[in-house]
Design a protein around this ligand. Structure first.
Ligand code: WTA
Length: 648
């Protein structure tokens, strides 16, 4: 039932940092005495003042508090750059591959140092100080990395907003954390198409009525004419000329904030997930080294965007803390052709490739030809992240992309966890396609039932974590109560992940997907409540309910049930108008795939929408609607079934 097992190749067992016996030994040590384990591994980064206290964490109801290395001081930019200059100033830190295949750059650690210092000086000259929040709304260009590291250098807290978000979404994120500084570009470039980033920033600031934004630094990417406010806005290439390439690192406490990253939950507005300095860097560096078995000289490529947590932890912070060479890609998998990923691998001799199942499924549809046209001889290891990978896609990735010689690390984690929590280690853990396998060091997963009873052995239920790890988020920015309510109230003394999972007889974890009202569209998290509130903001909509449904490429698609105002008529045109509306309100990733006009929605007698039924209809499971007798008007259901929208 659990399918095939892929054993660890023998050359991997001997090459890797950790083999099967090593994994057992280290894992046991890590959970038997977490403080001792993390005291030792915390020393992998440089501390200005070494820590004496290691772990001070509590998941207790009403008193959740998470502190690691709390009396140590360090700086993330120092660890990602300056610390390497003695030994690897001339080594390439970042390989940048442009959207256009003729564009690439190689940035050495020395150049990275100089560029980050310059950008930090530009920020400092504009009043940015330790603790200030800076919003970064950038395409995938090296300056995005410089901007994040410049903030870290100054002790400012960055909030990166994905370039695909709308002015409204951007405005909400600027306002929530009160940033006075925005770093952006004239335009982004993806798949040959331009993204009007600066115009979006202007629109966002206008929506905030100025909103306290004092400075906008604009990097020139496409050279497009953009409006520049003479007081507020400055071109980076002009400001850069006025500053030096030296800027001291601020001494930061381990628990000082490093960044805020907004993510969708089951209710309300996106939450500002707050990560801090010391524990986050220890955890991302350590997981990057062991999960990807990163050795000096390897070329490592994670295809995420820096607007998501995967980009933060595994394009930037983890790899650079390890002195790695990390590849940053501006483009998309199918531009100019479906061979692009594989051509980039050949061009830069990539050894480790880390991407999302949605990209694999999309490329799988294009057939083997575009893959087989390339060599991929440099590849040693493949990785997957962001959503469950179906066994068919896993097998294809393994056989076609990896020529059946590269192990696959299917890494389960979340924005909230900072780094990878459940994953194979390539030299230690046999893989089963579709399973994220076993916990990383220090991670204590448990499977619980709805009542919170901890289930032993082979079991299915909800996934919780029984203890803290250094990379864990510390709070929701500005709202610690929301942090406790969201993650620690369902199961007292445990962190609730929001994911369902099954543990098999070998102790392997199989993540089955979200059990809350979060959906995972092309590996991007979306709250159904956010899409609903965008829909009801439209003048013609009276009510909306949004659920996920299985989608061949995206993993999940967005299915919206919409009830119109009394005098409005359903039409194809209105369907398109509503889809475009959501796209404009939130961003393209939130656009519903299917919209069904429903005269009314199934509700209980107390007026609560029964989403369970809507989900079943969207999933085509009419025979399995469960108990509908509590509905105020059971007739609603047959109308919904008759008018269900066809898939893809
Ligand atoms: C899902 C992305 C199955 C899961 C790093 C989680 C996965 C959510 C996997 C977090 C995986 C991520 N297998 N599901 N390997 N990786 N997920 O915050 O539902 O964007 O809760 O973090 O993605 O998404 P987020």
């Amino acid at each position: 039932m659990d399918g095939k097992v892929y054993e660890v190749p023998s050359e991997w067992a001997s090459r890797a940092f950790v083999d099967a016996a090593g994994y057992k030994r280290l894992y046991q040590a890590s959970v038997a005495d977490p403080a001792a384990f993390w005291a030792e591994h915390g020393r992998r980064i440089h501390w200005f003042t070494p820590y004496a206290k290691v772990k001070n964490t509590s998941f207790a109801p009403g008193a959740v508090s998470i502190r690691w290395y709390e009396d140590g001081t360090t700086n993330v930019a120092y660890n990602c750059i300056d610390r390497h200059l003695d030994t690897r100033a001339g080594q390439v830190a970042i390989i940048w591959e442009g959207d256009d295949p003729s564009e690439a750059k190689h940035i050495t650690y020395q150049e990275l140092h100089d560029e980050v210092c310059r950008l930090a000086n530009v920020l400092r000259n504009r009043g940015v100080e330790k603790g200030d929040r800076v919003t970064i709304y950038m395409p995938m260009i090296p300056e995005a990395a410089y901007a994040m590291l410049a903030c870290a250098r100054l002790g400012a807290v960055h909030s990166v907003v994905f370039g695909g978000f709308s002015p409204d979404s951007l405005a909400g994120r600027i306002e929530d954390c009160g940033s006075k500084m925005i770093i952006t570009a004239d335009e982004g470039l993806r798949g040959g198409r331009k993204v009007p980033l600066k115009a979006n920033v202007d629109a966002a600031i206008e929506r905030l009525g100025g909103g306290g934004v004092e400075h906008v630094v604009v990097v020139r990417r496409t050279g497009a004419e953009v409006a520049m406010d003479p007081v507020r806005d400055v071109y980076y290439h002009d400001a850069r000329e006025m500053v030096t390439a030296e800027c001291p690192c601020e001494e930061m406490n381990a628990e000082d904030p490093l960044f805020i990253l907004y993510t969708s939950g089951s209710t309300g507005k996106p939450k500002g997930v707050l990560h801090t300095t010391g524990g986050y860097l220890v955890y991302t560096a350590m997981t990057h080294q062991y999960v990807f078995d990163y050795h000096d000289g390897d070329i490592y490529w994670c295809t995420a965007d820096v607007g998501w947590v995967t980009g933060h932890s595994y394009i930037l912070y983890g790899p650079l803390a390890n002195g790695a060479t990390t590849l940053m890609f501006e483009g998309v998998p199918n531009y100019p052709t479906n061979s692009r990923f594989w051509e980039v691998i050949d061009k830069h001799k990539v050894n480790t490739f880390y991407t999302a199942p949605t990209a694999i499924r999309a490329l799988m549809q294009a057939g083997e030809g575009p893959v087989k046209a390339t060599s991929r001889a440099s590849l040693r290891l493949l990785g997957s992240v962001g959503e469950p990978i179906n066994p068919e896609a896993w097998e294809w990735y393994h056989r076609v992309v990896g020529d059946a010689r590269c192990p696959i690390v299917d890494t389960w984690w979340q924005t909230e966890t900072g780094g990878i929590l459940i994953t194979p280690l390539p030299g230690a853990i046999p893989q089963k396609p579709g399973s994220a396998t076993l916990p990383f060091f220090g991670i204590k997963p448990e499977v619980v039932d709805a009542e919170g009873k901890v289930l032993d052995g082979a079991a299915e239920g909800n996934l919780v974590l029984a203890d803290s790890w250094p990379g864990q988020m510390r709070t929701v920015y500005g709202d610690h109560q929301r942090f406790m309510d969201t993650y620690f109230s369902a199961y007292p003394n445990k962190y609730f992940t929001g994911d369902g999972c099954r543990r098999d007889a070998d102790g392997y974890y199989w993540i089955t997907g979200r059990v809350d009202d979060v959906i995972n569209v092309s590996g991007h998290r979306m709250g159904t409540a956010e899409v609903e509130s965008a829909l009801v903001a439209h003048a013609k909509v009276s009510e909306a309910a949004v659920v996920g449904y299985p989608h061949d490429i995206k993993g999940q698609g967005i299915y919206a049930y919409v009830t119109l105002m009394a005098d409005e008529q359903p039409s194809e045109e209105l369907r398109k108008e509503l889809a475009a509306w959501v796209r404009r309100e939130i961003g393209p990733i939130a656009q519903p795939d299917l919209i069904q006009f429903a005269p009314s929605l199934p509700k209980t007698r107390s007026g609560k929408i029964m989403r369970r039924i809507l989900r079943k209809i969207a999933e085509d499971e009419f025979g399995n609607l469960g108990d509908t007798s509590t509905l105020a008007d059971p007739g609603v259901v047959s109308d919904l079934i008759d008018n269900r929208q066809n898939k893809q």
